[in-house]
Design a protein around this ligand. Structure first.
Ligand SMILES: [Zn+2]
Length: 257
């Protein structure tokens, strides 16, 4: 499954705040995606739609252009706009760079926890009372904190992914499919994949997403045991196993993980 390029919701909101006095914001739906755009009436003869690298969609229209005409044009160009947004999205880092310093927040199962760095006898990470307590033998250095956290995440990924997979297995066996072998990897552009040999690979970063989103990725890949492509039959099966899969997919896409 591709890492979907529609994670612009947050920055769009902040863009909305930056709108100039004469511009108005609108939204259209395209698939499961909601695209915000600004309308600017400027001294010009034709309408123009521009998608900016920061994810802003701006429609410039001659003075007095009817709103319906603008909406109609945006609607007709929605596919193109979505493609442009996806194109620019790939150059955006999915998260602001983490610095692994005290007070910084990190995600686990869709919730944010603040880092508390300690110096102590024992090295390790503990998640309690809403904090990540990271204990280092020496003065906590960012590289060490990162290493300890990544180790902790990987352990949790192994545990949670196996749990989620185990919960889905009866349905899969019921379909007559063979149980896949689970593998956790660092993946740049995907949340998960299924090899022809039946290896289910999950992105180790997925542990930062809510459990319902991990379940969605697992279920999506398990459906590929039955159908290799994204055919209608594939989606029918996915829909049957996970009726609210679209909601979960959307939630995953809006997460900055
Ligand atoms: Zn797929």
């Amino acid at each position: 499954m591709r890492n979907p390029p529609i994670t612009k919701m947050e920055s769009m909101t902040s863009n909305n705040l930056r709108k100039s006095a004469q511009s108005v914001d609108f939204q259209i739906s395209y698939g499961t995606q909601s695209i915000s755009y600004q309308v600017l009436h400027t001294a010009r003869k034709t309408m123009e739609i521009a998608v900016h690298p920061d994810g802003r969609v701006v429609v410039k229209a001659p003075p007095g252009t009817a709103l319906d005409a603008i909406k109609h044009r945006v609607h007709k160009r929605a596919r193109w706009i979505a493609r442009q947004l996806a194109w620019f999205q790939q150059f955006q880092p999915r998260t602001p760079p983490r610095r692994y310093v005290g007070g910084e927040t990190h995600l686990y199962l869709g919730r944010q926890y603040r880092l508390k760095l300690l110096q102590g006898e024992k090295e390790g990470v503990k998640l309690t009372r809403g904090y990540f307590f990271v204990s280092c033998r020496n003065k906590p250095a960012p590289e060490k904190v990162q290493q300890l956290l990544e180790q902790w995440y990987l352990g949790k990924a192994r545990e949670k992914y196996s749990e989620i997979l185990a919960a889905r297995l009866p349905e899969i066996k019921h379909l007559g499919c063979k149980e896949p072998k689970l593998q956790i990897r660092h993946m740049k552009t995907r949340w998960g994949s299924l090899s022809p040999g039946g290896v289910l690979t999950l992105n180790r970063n997925l542990i930062r997403a809510p459990r319902e989103c991990i379940d969605y990725v697992v279920t999506h890949e398990l459906c590929h045991l039955q159908y290799k492509n994204h055919s209608t039959a594939f989606y029918q099966l996915l829909e049957r196993l996970l009726p609210d899969w679209e909601k979960r997919k959307h939630r995953l896409e809006c997460l900055l993980v």
